[in-house]
Design a binder for this molecule. Structure first.
Ligand code: MOS
Length: 759
């Protein structure tokens, strides 16, 4: 019985080390592909070598002759799996492309066959021997290719509204100071450390899937739909996820194919995509292009913001991010005219990647803001201050809270911004030009319906069960902290089970909603446990008879009444008539109905927030970057970056800091390193592995400072949490690009910035 006063380190708001840290660093944590499954067979994909056309001929004779080969699935023999409605349109799928359903090729790297063998080596060997003949057509690889088609995002999605207010064209024409500039961002792939794996095992008509997932309920229901079976017969397990960033949120075409292979063989099958294959089978951040126009009075007050964004997508699917929905809220623009457009090319369907809408659109806006500050000869922080707003410039709705300028003030102070000499090229250190730049970070606050079970046992231990996921963000830890605080237990007394579709449904680990939604439902479940315990204790004959239930407290494994009366948890639970109290809770955000819980159980994401409610809900930050550009080689270095962020209640400053730090490092990568190169002739990803896909390493990021700006917001959700997994990498690229301008006087408007652009 823990009788000691609980460690204060356990509570919400404490910098608790991850409770899963030891398991991860010792290798005890089992990722889905580590799961030992007896009698396993191994699958390897054969993928398309063309981006557009048809499979004309398939010769599997040589492949079948490889010893150990068990089966080869192709369009000729595989039962067709159903295409899913896209996740971004309320379904669960990453794409409507259903490989092996016919001969059509929509993109390079599409699955055209699945080879299954006794060993991985035999499967790989046989896959290399499958001969595919193609009827090839010329593909359109991207924006500059002939043959693409363009449509307005608002016309393909009822949910997307292009923000507009006032007469922006006229206001722009009439204003004295203007910026009119075009920006571009590249294709990026998530490249998570953990590869994309799927293991499927049937037991009779029941299917178990081990797959890293950001949403086990979507995977369970999506695959059941594809296979035409009862979702109750499908279980998905994903207890640890080694990096996802959006890439493991929706159902990719591989899973149902592996399930089908396992069903045909009557034997479990495991597939681990190669890094190269994942680039075409999973999703990516598509390239974007922007035209931004900003107009202001000479005193810096904004008059107009016009923004047109183009985004690449696949032929059949109109996936888009539409970040103008966020960017149009950032300042008191006066008038706004924005539009997002989708451009269909012969590519796989893009998908969510960390801060999907904000990364490209805020990059464009925040670079244009810096250009406007230069045109006004005004300090860029001052320009933001002059146009700060506590209301939505589109609808007039208030922000629930907005601490943007406090973030700027704190980050500017820590950075030493007041020592900046404004003229570009005026700060130097030996052979290096020194540049300082800044930009705004923002991310909408999301919540989703969530359910959970909390069981409090007489031994003073709590078991927490919910089908949430820890994608490396610290969800296990914040869930344990929340329950430890609410039930007055030490952290060690709380066991958390997640990542299993047999547990109560929890939302997608996406949109940075999980801490808010999970804490809200766990607080509710714990409160139900407490209420039952308290009522039982104060009953006549109960151990605290005569006390008022609402005055009781749970602390250190004891139930305490005012005046020093107290009783051990076991005795209190005994009085409640059981050795344990178990409560199941369903938490619904405002405006959601009971049927939304049913939707959650069916794999519906149900995320809401941001601009949708009575108030705008956004987290904010300000990022300051120092760059050094070598005057002879034009080498670009980033000696330091400072970010200050206000995101409501911080449940765990340690994991929060890690998220923001990682986000800013990612932002540096976006600015200087990351780009998937697309071969314009073949619409093929060229640098499709970690040897050639550049990301920052330790030597690229010497000093990162994260400042957590205190902020209280009682409106956003019961936990007061805004979420910050996706906040840190918004704005970094603009801040860095603005710093490069300040160092060199050269304005670069295409990411990533590379030294050849400065020669
Ligand atoms: Mo995140 S890109 O919303 O999974």
């Amino acid at each position: 019985m823990p009788d000691a006063v609980p460690s204060p380190q356990a509570n919400m708001g404490a910098p608790v080390p991850r409770i899963d840290a030891r398991a991860k660093v010792t290798g005890a944590a089992r990722y889905p592909a580590d799961e030992p499954v007896p009698h396993l067979a191994y699958a390897v994909c054969v993928t398309s070598a063309i981006a557009r056309g048809h499979v004309a001929r398939l010769d599997t004779a040589a492949a079948r002759a490889v010893p150990g080969v068990l089966d080869i699935l192709s369009h000729e023999n595989a039962r067709h799996v159903k295409a899913l409605k896209m996740f971004s349109q309320g379904g669960t799928g990453s794409t409507s492309i259903a490989p092996l359903s016919d001969t059509r090729i929509w993109h390079d790297g599409q699955i055209v066959a699945l080879v299954v063998a006794d060993s991985f080596e035999a499967a790989r060997e046989a896959a290399s021997l499958v001969e595919v003949g193609y009827a090839a057509e010329t593909p359109s690889a991207g924006f500059d290719a002939p043959g693409t088609t363009t449509e307005a995002a608002a016309s393909v999605s009822k949910k997307h509204k292009d923000p507009q207010v006032g007469q922006a064209e006229q206001a722009y024409a009439a204003a004295p100071v203007k910026v009119d500039a075009r920006y571009a961002t590249p294709t990026q792939h998530h490249n998570p450390m953990e590869l994309f794996s799927t293991t499927c095992a049937w037991s009779g008509d029941e299917l178990t899937i081990h797959e890293p997932s950001q949403f086990v309920y979507a995977l369970k229901n999506g695959v059941a739909e594809q296979l035409g079976i009862d979702p109750a017969k499908v279980r998905v397990l994903s207890r640890y996820v080694g990096g996802a960033f959006g890439s493991k949120a929706s159902v990719t075409p591989r899973t149902a194919l592996v399930a089908e292979a396992a069903r045909r063989l009557g034997r479990p099958v495991r597939l681990v995509l190669t890094r190269q294959q994942a680039c075409g089978i999973c999703t990516y951040r598509a390239e974007t292009r922007h035209r931004v126009r900003l107009a202001a009075e000479r005193d810096g007050r904004l008059r107009a913001y016009l923004h047109e964004g183009h985004e690449i997508t696949s032929r059949p699917d109109a996936y888009f991010v539409g970040g103008n929905a966020s960017s149009a809220r950032m300042y008191a623009f006066g008038s706004v005219a924005t539009r997002a457009l989708v451009v269909h090319a012969d590519r796989n369907t893009p998908g969510f990647m960390r801060s999907p809408p904000e990364v490209p659109y805020i990059y464009a806006l925040e670079t244009a803001m810096d250009e406007l500050a230069v045109a006004l000869a005004m300090d860029p922080v001052e320009l933001r201050r002059r146009n700060d707003t506590q209301r939505d410039p589109i609808t007039g709705k208030p922000y629930s809270s907005r601490s943007l300028m406090r973030c700027y003030d704190e980050a500017a102070r820590a950075f030493g911004w007041s020592r900046r000499s404004p003229r570009p090229g005026s700060m130097q250190d030996g052979d290096w030009w020194v540049g300082w730049g800044c930009a705004t970070a923002t991310y909408p606050t999301h919540v989703a319906p969530a359910t959970a079970r909390v069981r409090l046992a007489a031994d003073g231990r709590a078991l927490v069960q919910l089908a949430a996921h820890d994608i490396g963000t610290g969800t296990y830890t914040v869930a344990a902290q929340t329950v430890a605080e609410r039930l007055g237990l030490p952290l060690e007394a709380v066991q958390v089970e997640m990542g299993d579709s047999r547990l109560p449904a929890a939302p997608v680990s996406g949109g940075s909603n999980v801490t808010a939604s999970t804490c809200a439902v766990l607080m509710q479940a714990c409160d139900a446990v407490r209420a039952r315990l308290f009522r039982a204790a104060v009953r006549p004959g109960g151990p605290l008879a005569g006390a008022q239930a609402e005055t009781l407290e749970l602390r250190g494994g004891r139930l305490l009444a005012p005046g020093g009366r107290g009783v051990a948890l076991a005795e209190a639970l005994g009085a409640a008539g059981a050795g344990t109290i178990e409560e199941y809770a369903e938490w619904l955000p405002p405006g959601k109905k009971a049927e939304d819980v049913q939707k959650l159980y069916k794999g519906g994401a149900g995320i809401s927030g941001g601009t949708e409610g009575e108030r705008l809900m956004f987290a904010f930050g300000a990022e300051f970057v120092e760059v050094r550009v070598h005057r002879r080689t034009r080498e670009i270095r980033v000696p330091r970056i400072v970010g200050a962020f206000a995101a409501g209640r911080i449940v765990n400053p340690r994991t929060a800091r890690s998220q923001l730090l990682g986000g800013m490092v990612w932002g540096i990568g976006s600015a200087l390193h990351e780009a998937t190169e697309v071969d314009p002739r073949h619409a093929r990803y060229v640098n499709n592995d970690l040897a050639e896909y550049l990301i920052p390493v330790n030597a690229d990021v010497p000093q990162v400072d994260v400042i957590l700006v205190p902020e209280t917001d009682a409106f956003v959700n019961p936990a007061g949490v805004k979420g910050l997994g996706e906040l840190g990498n918004v704005g970094t690229a603009a801040a860095l690009s603005n710093a490069v301008f300040h160092a060199t006087g050269r304005r670069l408007r295409e990411l990533p910035i590379r030294l050849d652009q400065l020669l």
